[in-house]
Design a binder for this molecule. Structure first.
Ligand code: SF4
Length: 331
């Protein structure tokens, strides 16, 4: 059965106007997210992943501009919508969980009034009773006792606050939710339990997710497919390899995997990726990863790598499939 696309990003480019000129943060990125699918996007800071998330939500900050391409969510071109239509569209069709719950929740409002604000902005004829019942139901879904509706944000732990933010994001049953580093500030145990909740909710309610993180382990654990960004480009998009043992194809992705600390005694020490990402004002020629790539070939610095599309993955790299198998997957 054909899968139904919910998010279609086509040749998206986003730049920041700076005193030195336009800095490209997202460079010709295309991907589709299907119904009930979780697509993770991973990369080092500054790779363009949060700019991508904000562009999809049409929430780019001052100085940032979409310089090319198109974004459709549930068939609607996000950048052609009038402001009122966009306001309604947000939270009812697409919503977002931001990185820091503390910046999203108003410290002088109870959890209940956050739900009231959300519902009344979109469903003005909802009664107080209906809102309270639905808010209690949503809190139960994210494993919080409904008695917490009376709490203020500072009375909740960091994990609980983030769960409240997730409950608000799904309050109006959106078809698509962007999660931008939703667990970054939390400890590992809380992180894991929130991820489990997200997967549970997604399974029960059924919505598509764009999950942004710098942590490839986390992204691989939660996503159906994983996109990898480097210097503004989506250099790989692959089915998530749950054992992280070589299901990825780009040398940069392999570097991210090798940079994961290993817990077992006697395992190799972590290897960072040498060097640092390039400045948008001084992009290397050819493949922008070539100065850091242990597998680079002469053509890597001369020509942009082709986009290779296979059944379960797509990758931008000059290595042939045989070279990738031989060089990358032997580790
Ligand atoms: Fe490395 Fe060349 Fe592939 Fe770029 S194109 S990732 S430099 S092998």
């Amino acid at each position: 059965m054909a899968r139904r696309p919910v998010v279609e990003v086509e040749h998206l480019s986003v730049g920041y106007m700076t005193p030195r000129g336009l800095a490209t943060a997202v460079d010709d990125v295309s991907f589709t997210i299907y119904e009930n699918e979780i697509v993770g996007v991973v990369g080092e800071s500054g790779c363009g992943k949060s700019t991508l998330a904000n562009a999809v939500m049409r929430l780019l900050g001052p100085g940032a501009y979409v310089t090319g391409g198109r974004i459709r969510v549930d068939g609607q071109d996000v950048y052609r919508m009038q402001p009122e239509a966009l306001r309604q569209f947000r939270w009812t069709t697409m919503s977002m969980v931001f990185q820091s719950a503390m910046n999203v929740l108003n410290p002088v409002k109870t959890v209940a009034s956050h739900f009231e604000d959300t519902f009344l902005a979109h469903v003005p004829n909802m009664s107080k009773r209906e809102i309270a019942d639905r808010a209690a139901e949503l809190l139960r879904l994210v494993r919080i006792d409904p008695s917490r509706l009376r709490s203020y944000p500072h009375e909740l732990s960091g994990g609980m606050r983030q769960r409240v933010v997730i409950a608000i994001a799904i309050a109006l049953s959106p078809r698509f939710v962007i999660m931008d580093e939703p667990t970054t500030a939390l400890d590992v145990v809380v992180q894991r339990s929130i991820l489990e909740s997200i997967m549970e909710l997604q399974g029960q309610i059924g919505f598509s997710v764009l999950f942004i993180s710098h942590d490839i382990n986390l992204v691989t654990a939660i996503s159906n497919r994983v996109g990898v960004m480097y210097a503004g480009r989506l250099v790989e998009l692959s089915e998530a390899a749950f054992d992280a043992s070589g299901g990825f194809h780009h040398p940069y992705t392999q570097g991210l995997l090798r940079a994961i600390p290993k817990l077992a005694v006697g395992e190799d020490e972590i290897e960072g990726i040498p060097g640092s990402p390039p400045s948008p004002f001084d992009m290397p020629s050819g493949c922008s990863f070539h100065p850091r790539c242990p597998y680079r070939k002469p053509e890597c610095s001369m020509r942009k790598p082709p986009l290779v599309v296979a059944e379960n993955y797509q990758v931008e790299c000059h290595l042939t499939p045989a070279e990738r198998r031989g060089e990358l997957h032997v580790h």
